[in-house]
Design a protein around this ligand. Structure first.
Ligand code: NAP
Length: 326
């Protein structure tokens, strides 16, 4: 039996709820099966993970729900001791309650702790599609459409189906446009974040608005699907700044990415189905911190390298993926 990990840092949301600084990501990148991911959820909770980052589009919430049910019945963990997120997928922006109820049913829960609008536009692509595919119904970001979706999110909060609501894949200009219109402010912002893509301005913006930033792809998503790979991408675990700090601490460069994220003030949601990896990713936030000098050195690892460019969500006539991030 592996050691049980405690004293993981936490953040307090604007709702007053407490969220662990490390959660297990559950997107299998078209590489790992739902059963492998559900088994990792079971193993991770048994060694101390208390947060899971789920989404309906990951197509594994029902398998994760069965694992959770087993863990509750076995007395391994209580529902109230877990922090579970889910997300409404792009094709359900007009039916948010229905989408949320489906996720709750699949996960076997009466509420989730945080529910996200996964992407700020209703543009849909088929799961597993290739990077060049385009949906003729895709449209640019619209404040009115987004706010219609957010109103439905606020109703879920009012109904107690979700304990907090959040946004994901936003930019400062989109947040500037929608935050003044929100009756309920987002509690968290899920954003791509790793040493080679630090998004310092967006990070500072979230903190200044009392929104907890949650960094996805914290290790630079080395197993990401082909559609999210391009020739200009850099590998975070090979950056000289990351490699040096890893060598000095005698740890894997991936673990440096996690330590850096949490010490910087991010919640981080690394994915792994491999027990030694997911143990290291949690344990590293409880021991052997990086020095101020190392944190400064890692600031220099930023290469402005966005990995999840979202090009499959482009609308007909759009020039390139950067338009999604205006
Ligand atoms: N909101 C959004 O739009 C959005 C977008 C993307 C992701 N996410 C969330 O963020 C989570 C994390 O992102 P991600 O899964 O793309 O990428 P990631 O966490 O950056 O990378 C995961 C991969 O890193 C490797 N790894 C993990 N721990 C390691 C360790 N200790 N040592 C060495 N290698 C290690 C594993 O590769 P191998 O399997 O090859 O060993 C693993 O598959 C997702 O699962 C999902 O929950 C959200």
């Amino acid at each position: 039996m592996s050691e049980f990990i405690t004293n993981v840092p936490e953040y307090t949301l604007n709702t007053g709820a407490v969220m662990p600084a490390v959660g297990l990501g559950t997107f299998g990148s078209d590489k790992y099966s739902p059963d492998q991911i559900a088994a990792a959820v079971s193993g991770a909770i048994r060694i101390g993970y208390r947060m899971l980052d789920c989404a309906s589009v990951y197509q594994n919430e029902d398998q994760i729900g069965k694992v959770l049910d087993g863990l509750f019945k076995e007395g391994v963990v209580k529902r109230e001791d877990l922090f579970i997120t889910s997300k409404v997928w792009n094709d359900q922006h007009r039916e948010v309650r229905k989408a949320c109820e489906k996720s709750l049913k699949d996960l076997g829960l009466s509420y989730v702790d945080l529910y996200f609008v996964h992407w700020p536009f209703p543009n849909y692509h088929a799961p597993g599609c290739d990077g060049d595919s385009r949906n003729p119904d895709s449209k640019p970001f619209s404040v009115d459409e987004f706010m219609d979706t957010w109103r439905q999110m606020e109703e879920l909060y009012d109904a107690g189906l979700v304990k907090a609501i959040g946004m994901s894949n936003m930019t400062i200009s989109k947040l500037d446009a929608v935050l003044p219109l929100c009756r309920i402010q987002p509690a968290a912002l899920e954003m791509e974040c790793h040493p080679s893509f630090q998004q310092q301005e967006l990070f500072d913006y979230a903190k200044a608005h009392n929104i907890v930033p949650i960094g996805f792809c914290p290790i630079g998503s080395p197993s990401r699907p082909e559609r999210d790979r391009s020739e200009t991408d850099v590998a975070d675990t090979e950056l000289p700044e990351v490699v040096k700090v890893a060598a000095d601490h005698n740890i894997h460069p991936a673990v440096v990415c996690i330590k850096w994220a949490v010490q910087r003030g991010l919640c981080t949601i690394p994915f792994s189905v491999k027990e030694p990896q997911y143990i290291s990713n949690l344990k590293c936030t409880t021991e052997d911190p990086l020095s101020t000098e190392e944190m400064e050195l890692l600031k220099k690892a930023d290469r402005d390298c966005r990995l999840v460019k979202g090009q499959v969500f482009l609308w007909p006539g759009a020039d390139d993926w950067t338009q999604l991030w205006e």
